[in-house]
Design a protein around this ligand. Structure first.
Ligand code: LER
Ligand code: MN
Length: 291
């Protein structure tokens, strides 16, 4: 039995959210049979809320959101002004996500997506718990939940494993926070996919299904049966989104940010459609093998 809602990341098609770009995302996701679309907000202020709400209605397809930190808006910084901007940017992301009816805001909102050249300070690690306590309250008021996506070491120095994300969630102790897992990052940082999932079973709230090479599902070395079986064993019934990136559809800036130096695919229609079948098959098989 497949109880997870399955989403398609907007960046299968575009990193920009103009009406024509957003329309392609909604149209394709709907036609393939996805349950929702993920909108990645680098700057929530730039998101056209009215347009997004209109498209959600028109296509009858909800949106879930993610927010990334930025070098000048970074909760993991020791510069109070940068931290203040980081918290404000997440707060704005929560507000916009609430306005478009999202149930969650995930993503690496605790730091910028970039290579850091030194570890975060102990003070930043303590301070961030206070920031997330305030943000959890905001999320609750907006009627949604806020998640922390563990990224690999080359994209953040702050939260690289599910256990590190869970540590912050548990320290805050709010049910409005959750751990956001991404298989691409987990493949680099977790010694065992199944154990990593089981250790955060109580706080896992969102999953990015991404191949070890970030290409089409099944073209990398991810142990998908082990992962989906672990999800079934913890009884995970939350949303799961397919995430894959290719320079074939993304602009130069995003290609550089994500270090996409090769072209894993050129036709997102094939990759997105096949990913839905792939995820459904694995979820069904995992539930049967568990039963
Ligand atoms: C970035 O590496 C990533 O995994 C995205 O989901 C950021 O939201
Ligand atoms: Mn991700």
């Amino acid at each position: 039995m497949n109880t997870n809602r399955l989403g398609m990341h907007m960046m299968l098609y575009t990193s920009t959210w103009s009406e024509p770009d957003a329309r392609v995302v909604f149209e394709r996701a709907k036609s393939f049979g996805y349950d929702f679309v993920e909108l990645l907000m680098f700057d929530a202020d730039t998101v056209d809320v009215a347009l997004t709400r209109r498209l959600i209605q028109e296509y009858d397809l909800p949106v879930e959101a993610t927010v990334c930190g930025a070098p000048d808006a970074d909760l993991s910084s020791d510069d109070p002004e940068i931290v203040r901007r980081g918290e404000a940017a997440i707060a704005r992301g929560i507000e916009v996500a609430g306005d478009i009816g999202a149930t969650l805001v995930g993503g690496p909102n605790f730091s910028a997506v970039q290579r850091y050249h030194s570890p975060p300070s102990a003070a930043a690690r303590e301070r961030i718990v206070e920031s997330y306590a305030r943000l959890a309250d905001r999320a609750a008021s907006a009627g949604l939940r806020l998640g922390l996506e563990a990224l690999n070491r080359y994209e953040s120095n702050f939260v690289n494993t599910l256990a590190q994300a869970a540590d912050i969630v548990r320290k805050v102790g709010s049910s409005s926070l959750f751990v956001h897992a991404d298989l691409f990052h987990m493949n680099m940082e977790e010694p065992c996919l199944a154990a990593a999932v089981k250790d955060v079973g109580d706080v896992l709230g969102y999953v990015h299904v991404a191949e070890s090479n970030r290409g089409a599902l099944g073209t990398g070395n991810t142990d998908w049966p082990a992962f989906f079986t672990a999800l079934a064993e913890i009884g995970y019934d939350g949303p799961i989104t397919f995430e894959s990136f290719s320079p074939a559809v993304l602009g130069e800036e995003m290609t550089a940010l994500l270090a996409l130096w090769r072209v894993p695919w050129t036709d997102p229609d094939i990759v997105a459609r096949d990913a839905l079948t792939f995820m459904r098959d694995h979820i069904d098989r995992a539930h049967h093998s568990k039963a």
